[in-house]
Write a protein that binds this ligand. Structure first.
Ligand code: UDX
Length: 438
């Protein structure tokens, strides 16, 4: 496929906007299509509707080349040879399963405009079997087109890096032609030595949910060990370091704390359980129920420590919460453990004030009743307790002596095991962390 070929990207959220800008940076002409005209207008101006390091600059740069455009008009995709479907698959309102409305409507919306030989490439995370049924749907609507699946493993905060230098490319295809088209699209990435894995449609879909299930399991494993450390008088940070030296285990994703959140891991493991049950394989992934439960329990454990440190009745206390996003370097508050904890303490009557470097507006939209502060100083002023819940770099750089002069009570709980405990203790703070008893 020549570099002057045209690609379309259907759905311009986190995944789609990143993919569109990155593919344009490889030299393709890219048409981003989204049904939300507000999003299209923003992206066309080179503005991102969310925060992702480096992406706004890349977006503006690519728009300036004239290769990257955004529209709500599906008919414009008629010129494209390859169409990446990047729409969301959120958890359904009435259960654990993924809501496939957007993927299905994306495929039927582009079908009338597909040219002969066009390849539709699903990137959204979907329950296994979806690609096959979408392919059948497409064969009815546009018999001259084909469909492949190409799961995406991008992490928020590293979206560009994960797209342009991924640790592998996985393609689910039904024939050699589809594989060759994708090899041509990704030629510059393959040239870097990136491993290429050809799979059938079902395996490609499963790779994504299996990877996310494994990552979720690693986090819940270490949080379960943190619970045991608390019961037995151990230190989870030392334990994690010690087991992580075994290369079979590895040290990454063993950071104990308030657990995982975001738009992917929680919903993906739940959708996997729902799909496995439909397939009669529920026993095989039954452990994911426990992974989910351990994860949610971590939030409760922080609240228990707060009650032990302050009192059962929280109404007289000001609690300063540092962090609202589900992880640093993101403004994403979807299923954020930090925000969930803040909300629960607020509901229990505490005077909760939340700070976050990037997430205040999205958090306020979700929970308008919460109080927010735009500076750490305002947030912690006269606080009875500080909760450190998202490990932004700027929180790690805080000077406990300076903060100590602002609060009412020098007490802090580190929900992410990311602060320097000795530094805070030396400055006279009572310092608690999940999974560390001494
Ligand atoms: C995840 C997968 O990593 C990515 O490959 C997939 O494409 C989408 O889902 P993301 O949601 O951006 O990416 O976040 P990730 O970096 O995986 O973190 C998920 C959550 O786990 C965060 O809330 C983070 O704080 C938490 N986490 C991570 C821990 O609690 N401990 C750890 O050791 C690692």
């Amino acid at each position: 496929m020549a570099m002057n070929s045209t690609l379309s990207v259907i759905g311009c959220g986190y995944l789609g906007a990143t993919h569109a800008a990155c593919m344009s940076s490889l030299g393709f002409s890219v048409i981003g299509v989204d049904t939300d005209p507000k999003k299209v207008a923003m992206l066309s101006r080179g503005e991102l509707p969310f925060y992702e390091p480096g992406l706004e600059a890349l977006l503006a740069q690519e728009i300036a080349t004239g290769r990257l455009t955004f529209t709500s008009d599906f008919s414009t995709v008629a010129d494209a040879d390859v169409h990446f479907v990047c729409v969301g698959t959120p958890q359904s309102k009435d259960g654990l399963a993924a809501d496939l409305t957007y993927v299905k409507s994306a495929v039927s919306a582009i079908a009338p405009f597909l040219k002969e030989g066009a390849l539709v490439v699903g990137k959204s995370t979907v329950p296994v079997g979806t690609a096959q049924s979408l392919r059948e749907q497409l064969m009815q609507l546009a018999p001259a087109a084909d469909l492949a699946w190409n799961p995406e493993f991008l992490r928020e905060g590293f979206a560009i890096e994960d797209t342009l230098t991924p640790n592998r490319l996985v393609v689910g295809v039904v024939n050699d032609r589809a594989e060759q088209i994708l090899k041509d699209v990704y030629a510059p990435i393959l040239a870097l030595g990136t491993p290429w894995i050809r799979a059938d449609l079902a395996t490609a879909e499963l790779v994504k949910v299996a990877a996310n299930s494994f990552l979720a399991t690693k986090i819940s494993f270490i949080n379960a060990m943190a619970e045991v450390c608390e019961a037995a008088g151990g230190d989870i940070t030392v334990l994690a370091k010690a087991i992580g030296y075994d290369p079979r285990i590895g040290s990454r994703f063993l950071q104990a704390g308030i657990g995982f959140g975001g738009g992917c891991l929680p919903k993906d493991i739940r959708a996997f359980m729902a799909r496995a049950e439909e397939l009669g394989a529920q026993q095989a992934v039954e452990f994911l129920r426990e992974i989910d439960a351990i994860n949610l329990r971590a939030r409760q454990r922080v609240i228990d420590v707060v009650r032990t440190d302050l009192s059962e009745d929280l109404t007289a206390y000001k609690i300063a919460v540092l962090g609202a996003t589900f992880k640093p370097d993101s403004d994403d508050v979807r299923d954020s453990p930090a925000l969930d904890i803040a909300m629960q303490l607020h509901a229990a009557g505490a005077n909760v004030v939340v700070h976050d470097p990037k997430g205040i507006e999205p958090a306020r939209k979700r929970f308008p009743d919460l109080n927010f502060a735009h500076s750490v100083t305002d947030c912690v002023k006269d606080a009875d307790l500080i909760l450190h819940l998202t490990e932004w770099k700027e929180y790690r750089a805080l000077d406990p002596l300076v903060i100590g002069n602002l609060v009412k009570n020098k007490m802090i709980i580190d929900g992410r095991n990311a602060l320097d405990r000795e530094l805070w203790r030396d400055a006279g703070w009572k310092f608690h962390a999940l999974g560390r008893t001494n």
